[in-house]
Design a protein around this ligand. Structure first.
Ligand SMILES: [Zn+2]
Length: 192
């Protein structure tokens, strides 16, 4: 389940984030120093006994990562959580003059972020064809251990704009070849 959540801290400020997997554990990663500074102004009794509230603002079983990112930005603007006086989001940068700017999502991103769960078949995230040969399928009950295809996993950690996000793509051989071609094209562009 993909979710947009709102965290409310005892400082009264909020943080809005997105979660690609729907983890109950995840509370986002706003800047620790900023929150610590705010907490320092709270009475000692609160330092020792406090509640951080998580509310799900929006969720979807099957939206794309690009749609999820767009929703996150929408809610950040709606709740003004990027205004330092209101919340801990520092991106997109708060603009007092034009607080409701929506950011145009890169249309390429939509194309490149479909996640396929592996159970009885593994399909290519580009062409949608199975990456498993029919003969192999009938020989294997569970394809969890099937490794003869290209898989790309990207995880972003603390400090990244995509903090906590994980992407996974599977490719058939043909599409992988094309992807390699694209990468080489980009490399060539960088060098020229
Ligand atoms: Zn393919």
């Amino acid at each position: 389940m993909k979710q947009i959540y709102k965290i409310t801290y005892p400082t009264g400020k909020i943080y809005i984030g997105k979660d690609s997997v729907g983890s109950y554990r995840y509370f986002g990663s706003p800047d620790m120093q900023v929150i610590n500074q705010d907490f320092a102004t709270l009475p000692q009794s609160i330092h020792q006994d406090y509640t951080i509230r998580k509310q799900i603002l929006w969720e979807s079983e099957d939206c794309s990562e690009a749609q999820l990112s767009a929703k996150e930005v929408e809610f950040i603007h709606k709740f003004r959580s990027n205004d330092p006086e209101v919340g801990y989001n520092r991106w997109p940068k708060f603009n007092k003059q034009a607080p409701n700017v929506t950011i145009e999502e890169n249309p390429m991103k939509e194309h490149s972020v479909q996640v396929t769960q592996v159970v009885s078949d593994i399909t290519c995230d580009i062409c949608g064809q199975s990456v498993v040969k029919e003969t192999q399928k009938s020989n294997m009950a569970n394809l969890d251990n099937f490794t003869e295809y290209a898989r790309l996993v990207a995880e972003f950690g603390y400090g990244s704009k995509r903090d906590g996000e994980k992407f996974q793509f599977d490719f058939c051989e043909d599409c992988f070849d094309e992807l390699l071609g694209k990468i080489n094209e980009l490399k060539a562009q960088q060098m020229s």
